[in-house]
Write a protein that binds this ligand. Sequence first.
Ligand SMILES: N[C@@H](CCC(=O)N[C@@H](CS)C(=O)NCC(=O)O)C(=O)O
Length: 264
Amino acid sequence: MERWLLCRPGRRFAVARQPFPTPDPMDLYQFRHSAFCEKVRLVLAIKGLQATFVEVTPGVGQVALFRLSGQRQVPVLVDGGEVISDSTAIALHLEERHPTPPLLLSDPQTRARVLLLEDWADTALAAGARQALLQAAAADPVLRTALLPEATPDPLRRLVSAVPGGWMAPLSEAVGDLISPSEARQLRRNLDQLTRLVAEHPYLVGDHLSLADLAVVAQLSLLLFPASAGAPLAGCGVEGVADNPLFDPLFRWRDRILAEVHRP
Ligand SMILES: N[C@@H](CCC(=O)N[C@@H](CS)C(=O)NCC(=O)O)C(=O)O
């Protein structure tokens, strides 16, 4: 069946670790640079599952996504006959269908810690990281051009890149996307706490990799893009965070988790 009505063709690729195909083909509707989509890709990768990644075009693609899933946000996973939206719901669905390796850990207390930390990553950390990235992109033409949807026509891409950074800041402010000084301080405090946690323990909860680690790692990708983001984003990030030596151990931990998941 043709599944390309939603999105521009050309971006289908699969997680490569699984030696055997899963019984049901899965499609992940995504924005490539969304941290919530990255979280789902990490869950798929650690479980060795294959999925076709379908890049959704912001706007027009989301109308079709609404028809598919009843809402307009990515990620959406289509697993056989089931359509699941929201990264947490997708992670829980995959955990139930493919319990190995377990990402919620076994005992109820540990599971509760994993889910609480995952929710913190998806809310407070996600909001801070997104605002900090938008602010950085407003000032940096390379960053904001690289973050444009892949379907963006070249003339518009050139136009966005040509706008001087200072001109974008008031626009960003007008739509309430700029991070306030107190939010920026809170983000740095939270990153500092995370840095301390990972300095003492290889994983955020218990002795094994869990959904909490993957949720935090996914959001950190907005602050310092990992190698998997590709050129020119890989290695770029939010000034004051990505280039802050205090956070080096945190991003080294992030890269170690990505290596464990077999992702660059
Ligand atoms: N709680 C959702 C959040 C998903 C979300 O915020 N998705 C963003 C991309 S990062 C989106 O689709 N934004 C488009 C829109 O809201 O129209 C999850 O965990 O999946």
